[in-house]
Structure formats: structure tokens, C-alpha cells
Design a protein around this ligand. Structure first.
Ligand code: NAD
Ligand code: LMR
Length: 339
């Protein structure tokens, strides 16, 4: 039903119209870290997304300027600015989707785990407010180290008694985007029609491209697989080194984040679709969070589709990722439980 009809029906039945503020009709997306290297271009792309009705921009600095700038774009999304912890509640209240690129990026020589000390606390504090203001929102976490920040947010939501494993996502879309770029370049495919699932997590050896499952069906030599797999695993570092101290991937990440947020919104609106994401999962034995293709729908994860049929090489990579992921997950869980 169109929103107006719902509001009218609610008014007629004596319900307050506000009780049918219908997420699927007018999605609100909150972007936390909106003034940053990812936040600004991601805000630009979300402002242009015709499915987004309200774009709430939150950061600890510079949000008014970014919001003023974006609000001059002639698309329909309403833009609001929220600066500093006192305005966080309003930013996330009633949000359908919350995208989080808040936190520090890597410099050359650092691992994603080296960001833990700064970013763990940022994600924990954001999640605590989300738990109160918007416990039903779908939360898409970009902040590194993703393998740990997803368990951190999940533990905070558990503590608050509002955890729903179907609603918390680590964004691994950039690994998919890169894989599709590299494979299409190597094989001369149309990049826009090449699909490469990437499973596992989002750091080093936990990033596992499933080259045996590429669409359109593509044959790789052992040598190609041996070169392409580490290139995909180290692609973030390739950008960090090329930027030489000025940060990590921002533009490709903005594209990936906008694509993932759009997929979540489409799911909310009833258009089921499949994306890879790092979620609470029973897809692989012995590890609680794992990225695989998942079906998205009105409540977030509708179905975990699992890793599917993998090659012996890919199975070895999956097996090797489990202890590494468990270390990252345990570190995140301990951070919240010990605090
Ligand atoms: P950046 O430093 O350019 O921007 C980060 C923004 O976060 C800044 O505007 C900063 O003010 C803001 N911020 C800091 N503390 C905050 C808080 N408590 N609340 C709200 N905002 C806060 O960094 P960036 O390049 O945009 O990267 C952001 C994060 O995304 C990093 O942790 C980076 O490692 C990660 N990242 C993840 C992926 C991925 O694939 N998941 C890809 C690229 C980058
Ligand atoms: C990426 O994959 O580009 C991000 O995780 C940023 C990084 O630190 O590599």
C-alpha cells in the first residue's frame, strides 16, 4: 500500500499515524562517519539513491558543511546533519539502515587489526546508542577491523537485550567489487556482468574469492588462481601503499557501501536479493561469523546460502581462515565483555 493510504487507514482506525511510519515506504538511512574519506562520497551516492527518502549524516566534526553541500543536489532524499554524541540519538532514531564508516584508516605498514585500539571503542559507543534509539535497524559496519567490529556491535546489542543476528552486517562488498574488476580485466569479461562470490572475513587470509564459482562460467589456470587470490586478499594494502600515508580505499569503498546499503533497502522493500556479507552464521563449522552469499529481505538476512561447492584449493583457504577469524572474533567479544 502507498504510504498515504496506510496513514489514512491508520487515522481512520484511530491509530496514530506515526505508528505506521512505514520503513519500507520511506526508508531512512543514517551514515555515521559521514564527513570522512568514505563518508563524503558514500553520502553523495546515497543522496542519489532514489530509494532513500531521508539521509541522516552523523560525524563528530564537519557534518553541517557536508550536509549543506549534499542538500543542494536535486534528488528527493532529505538530508539532515547531526554532530557530536549529543546528536547521535536523533541521527539513528527510526533509521531503517545504519551505515558505519566511522573510525581511523590504515597507513602503510599497518594491519587492519592495528586499528582495533581506536576503532573498537568507536563502534562500541555507536552501537550502544543504536541499541536504544533504533534497535530494529539494519546495521552495516565498514569500520575496520571488520572481523572484530561486527562481534563488538553484536555483543553490545546482546548486552542491551536487542540483538538480532539477522540485522548486523560486516560490509565485505569491496572484496566482491575488486574481485569482479580483476577477473573481468584478466578475462576480458564485461565487468558489469561478472559475479565473483567472496567468503570468509575482511582481512588478509580470511578474504577468500571463490574463483570456481565465477559467473559467467570461467576457467582459470592454477597459475592464474595462485596470482589472483593473493592480489584480491592484499588489494586493500595495494591502495594503502599507493596512497602513501593519506589513508585507504575511499572511492571504491563508497561505491561498495552504497551498493550494499541499496541492497539492504531493496530487501526491506520486499525485493529479495543476494549479497555477500560477514554475518553471524552457521555456514562453516567452528566459527560464529562468516561471510557468504546471503539472501536479504524485509528483516535483513532471510537465508544464509553458504559457501556452495568449492574447489579443494578454496576449501583449504576456508579451513585456514577459521582459526584466524576466531582470534579476531574472540578479541572483539572480550573487548565488550571486559568493559
Ligand atoms: P577517515 O579518517 O577519512 O574518516 C573517518 C571519519 O570517521 C572521520 O570523518 C571522523 O571524524 C569520523 N569519526 C571518528 N570517530 C567517530 C565517532 N566516534 N563517531 C562518528 N564519526 C567518527 O577514514 P575512512 O577512509 O573514511 O575510513 C573509515 C574506516 O573504514 C576505517 O576504519 C577503514 O579502515 C575502514 N574501511 C573499511 C573498508 C571495508 O571494506 N570494510 C574499506 C575501506 C575502509
Ligand atoms: C580495504 O580493504 O580497502 C579496507 O579494508 C581498508 C584497508 O585498510 O585495507
Amino acid at each position: 500500500l502507498p504510504a498515504k493510504t496506510l496513514v489514512q487507514a491508520a487515522a481512520n482506525s484511530g491509530l496514530r499515524a506515526v505508528s505506521v511510519r512505514h520503513s519500507s515506504q520511506a526508508p531512512k538511512v543514517a551514515l555515521l562517519g559521514a564527513a570522512g574519506g568514505i563518508g563524503q562520497p558514500l553520502g553523495l551516492l546515497l543522496k542519489q539513491d532514489p530509494l532513500v527518502a531521508h539521509l541522516a549524516l552523523y560525524d563528530v566534526v564537519n557534518t553541517p558543511g557536508v550536509a549543506a553541500d549534499l542538500s543542494h543536489i536535486d534528488s528527493n532524499a532529505k538530508v539532515t546533519a547531526h554532530t557530536g554524541p549529543k546528536e547521535l540519538y536523533a541521527a539513528v532514531e527510526n533509521a531503517d539502515v545504519i551505515v558505519i564508516p566511522a573510525g581511523v584508516p590504515r597507513k602503510p605498514g599497518m594491519t587492519r587489526d592495528d586499528l582495533f585500539n581506536t576503532n573498537a571503542g568507536i563502534v562500541r559507543d555507536l552501537a550502544a546508542v543504536i541499541a536504544k534509539a533504533s534497535p530494529k535497524a539494519l546495521i552495516a559496519i565498514i569500520t575496520n577491523p571488520v572481523n572484530s567490529t561486527v562481534p563488538i556491535a553484536s555483543e553490545v546489542l546482546k548486552k542491551a537485550g536487542v540483538y538480532d543476528p539477522k540485522r548486523v552486517f560486516g560490509v565485505t562488498t569491496l572484496d566482491v567489487v575488486r574481485s569482479q574488476a580483476f577477473v573481468s580485466e584478466l578475462k576480458g569479461h564485461d565487468a558489469t556482468k561478472t559475479v565473483v562470490p567472496v567468503v570468509g572475513g575482511h582481512a588478509g587470509i580470511t578474504i577468500i574469492p571463490l574463483l570456481s564459482q565465477v559467473t559467467p562460467s570461467t576457467k582459470f589456470s592454477e597459475e592464474e588462481i595462485a596470482k589472483l587470490t593473493p592480489r584480491i586478499q592484499d588489494a586493500g594494502t595495494e591502495v594503502v601503499n599507493a596512497k602513501a600515508g593519506a589513508g585507504s580505499a575511499t572511492l571504491s569503498m563508497a561505491l561498495a557501501g552504497a551498493r550494499f546499503a541499496n541492497a539492504l533497502v531493496r530487501g526491506i522493500k520486499g525485493e529479495k536479493n543476494v549479497q555477500c556479507a560477514y554475518v553471524a552464521s552457521d555456514a562453516v563449522k567452528g566459527v560464529e561469523y562468516f561471510s557468504t552469499p546471503v539472501e536479504l529481505g524485509p528483516n535483513g538476512v532471510e537465508k544464509i546460502l553458504g559457501v556452495g561447492k568449492v574447489s579443494a584449493f578454496e576449501q583449504k583457504l576456508i579451513d585456514a581462515s577459521v582459526p584466524e577469524l576466531n582470534k579476531n572474533i574472540a578479541k572483539g567479544v572480550a573487548f565488550v565483555k571486559g568493559n
